[in-house]
Design a protein around this ligand. Structure first.
Ligand SMILES: *Cc1c(COP(=O)(O)O)cnc(C)c1O
Length: 398
């Protein structure tokens, strides 16, 4: 037998973390890393945040799980708090981002079904999108690396280039249910939806009776310096899957919706055994305590600008590696020069300079630090990046 006990679907690197301290990770061999990946935008509060740790420990000792057969004071409280701080009127709790996306797709189809338009099943999505790994979510992207070998996929999706409003509008027909788009594409390469694009999709939804699903699994929950990325555009979605930062490391996701958009989601239409259990709700409450505290989001904005400014200053000194900075708040991307492979640079920064980053599409390296980073972490990140770039020679140049 050659297959590993852990199903070998990930190209895992050699770092084997066993402990976290704030914005640093310590590996099995004792090496210390500055964590500018934050578990792919998940560890919003860094590692071992005392408020989150205590909330989880206390709740674990009180009540972890009961199933959705019973009333949920914990779920009602967190859902009400999320609604009070977003566009939403109602929330379905999941255990991951892709399940939140799945709920969004079902909610959109059910809306049109309940409104007497059962033919409206098609959701227009975008090139380079990433919505997760369920059959529904891989059907919602046209990236072959995620779809090959899993056909037949879920029918009812059409794809347009990201940030191309006219192309998206041209796909609308009598079977269209709505659009699903990441307000800022994460895996695809930290591509920020343009103002004209996102507001144009909203307008088209209003004109054609369609639903706007904004996938804020990665860009929501304070990552951009506002609670939700859509706030930068002055519009609101109808449905919004979120996850990643929502539990700051505890597996939790949520599908937010307006009352109107969720009008088809009646008793029996959806469910999840774990979804919204008391332990997850305690984690979610603790995260919101920190994010909604006075000045926290302003800190994300300020420190994000500091980091971005520092990155921009690095570029001219290392223009054999770096080309441009993109993103918003603490969801930043360093676009690398053509011919520099993001995975190679990420490995170099990690193995030779103790800096953890994440590769993405469009030749971009993502910088997704914990939202609690301070000036000292920014300085450490810039020093390490600068040192890494100084001695970096792409393999192709050897
Ligand atoms: C990570 C991600 C998902 C999937 O989340 P999982 O928790 O991995 O299922 C969906 N959409 C976006 C935009 C993401 O970044």
């Amino acid at each position: 037998m050659t297959i590993t006990a852990l199903m070998p679907v990930y190209p895992r690197c050699g770092v084997r973390p066993v402990r976290g301290e704030g914005c640093h990770l310590i590996s099995e061999d004792g090496s210390r890393y500055l964590d500018m990946a934050a578990g792919i935008a998940v560890n919003a509060l860094g590692h071992g945040h005392p408020h989150l740790v205590k909330a989880i420990a206390d709740q674990a000792a009180t009540l972890m799980h009961v199933s959705n057969l019973y009333g949920s004071p914990q779920g009602e409280a967190l859902a009400a708090r999320i609604c009070a701080n977003s566009f939403a009127d109602t929330v379905f709790f999941t255990n991951s981002g892709t399940e939140a996306v799945e709920c969004a797709i079902k909610t959109a189809r059910r809306f049109h079904f309940a409104a007497g338009n059962p033919q409206r099943t098609k959701i227009i999505t975008f090139n380079n999108a990433f919505h997760g790994r369920t059959m529904g979510a891989i059907s919602a992207t046209n990236q072959p690396k995620m779809r090959d070998g899993f056909e037949p996929l879920l029918p009812g999706f059409a794809y347009a280039p990201f940030n191309d409003l006219d192309a998206a509008l041209a796909l609308i027909d009598d079977e269209t249910a709505g659009f699903m788009v990441e307000t800022i594409q994460g895996e695809g390469g930290v591509s920020v939806g343009s103002h004209a694009f996102i507001t144009g999709l909203r307008k088209a939804c209003d004109e054609h009776g369609l639903l706007l699903i904004l996938d804020e699994v990665q860009c929501g929950y304070g990552r951009t310096g506002k609670m939700w990325a859509y706030e930068h555009y002055g519009i609101e979605p109808d449905i919004m899957p979120v996850a990643k930062g929502i539990g700051a490391g505890f597996p939790l996701g949520a599908c937010l919706a307006t009352e109107r958009a969720a009008s088809g989601m009646v008793i029996g239409t959806h469910g999840s055994t774990y979804g919204g259990n008391p332990l997850a709700m305690a984690a979610g409450e603790a995260v919101l305590d920190v994010l909604l505290a006075d000045g926290f989001l302003a800190h994300v904005e300020t420190i994000g600008e500091r980091l971005r400014g520092g990155l921009e200053q690095l570029i001219p000194n290392h223009d054999h590696v770096f080309e441009a900075v993109r993103g918003r708040g603490l969801m930043l991307g360093l676009k690398l020069k053509a011919g520099v492979e993001p995975r190679e640079f990420v490995a170099h920064a990690r193995d030779n300079h103790g800096l953890l980053l994440v590769a993405a599409g469009e030749n971009v390296v993502r910088i997704l630090p914990p939202l609690v980073i301070e000036e000292a972490h920014v300085a450490e990140c810039l020093d390490k990046l600068s040192a890494a770039a100084r001695v970096f020679a792409p393999a192709s140049d050897d």
